[in-house]
Ligand binder design. Structure first.
Ligand code: PRP
Length: 188
């Protein structure tokens, strides 16, 4: 698309300098390989995709449209994860789960898995509500930062270390989610 030729290579925002890391063509390849694997794994099932807002909306839109012959449902949640008084942690649902997940094959769609706390808590929530299987598809994954083993994503678009990234759904202070590339912050 012509639009992509005008993508910025660098972005300066609030004193931070970002450089383009994943271009749309690379993102498309990453999405396609994840979609191919999910399509193969769920060909004979009827999965329920749970999209974790806000960040995952761009990846989810691309991924879901790239699936082949997967009859599925899609629902959306928005959560905030934190450790309260409980030893198991708590999920605050800003947009709660509206679908019954009992006996469903659930695939959580995330833009990024960092410490894994969100996925760890969300999986416990879905398990408690009777989901029969739960897998995770994440566009980005920071394996070096993972603190919860059960939060390792089953399908990953691209791995990275501990850099701050924006674009393709990921925000800086609420902005820049609409950038079609992923940008990494560069220390000056
Ligand atoms: C981000 C991301 C994941 C979570 C990952 O969400 O979308 O949900 O953080 O971090 P974790 O693995 O350490 O739990 P964020 O709270 O920034 O909300 P957003 O998606 O609305 O930007």
């Amino acid at each position: 698309m012509t639009f992509y030729s005008s993508i910025m290579k660098t972005i300066d925002e609030q004193g931070y300098h970002f450089e383009e890391w994943l271009q749309p063509a690379q993102i498309a390849k990453d999405v396609a390989q994840v979609a191919e694997r999910i399509s193969a794994d769920y060909a004979d099932k009827e999965p329920l995709f749970v999209v974790v807002l806000n960040g995952a909306f761009v990846f989810a839109a691309d991924l879901l449209r790239a699936l082949k012959d997967v009859r599925c449902e899609v629902t959306f949640i928005r959560v905030s994860s934190y450790w309260g008084m409980s030893t198991t942690g708590q999920l605050e649902f800003i947009v709660p789960l509206q679908q019954v997940v009992d006996n469903r094959d659930v695939v959580i769609i995330e833009d990024i898995v960092d410490t894994g706390l969100t996925i760890h808590q969300l999986k416990a929530h879905l398990r408690a509500r009777g989901a029969s299987t739960i897998r995770v598809a994440a566009m980005l994954f920071k394996p070096g930062k993972l603190e919860y083993n059960d939060a390792k994503p089953d399908y990953v678009g691209h791995e990275l270390t501990d850099e701050f990234v924006i674009g393709y759904g990921l925000d800086f202070d609420g902005f820049l989610r609409n950038l079609p590339s992923v940008y990494k912050v560069k220390e000056s």
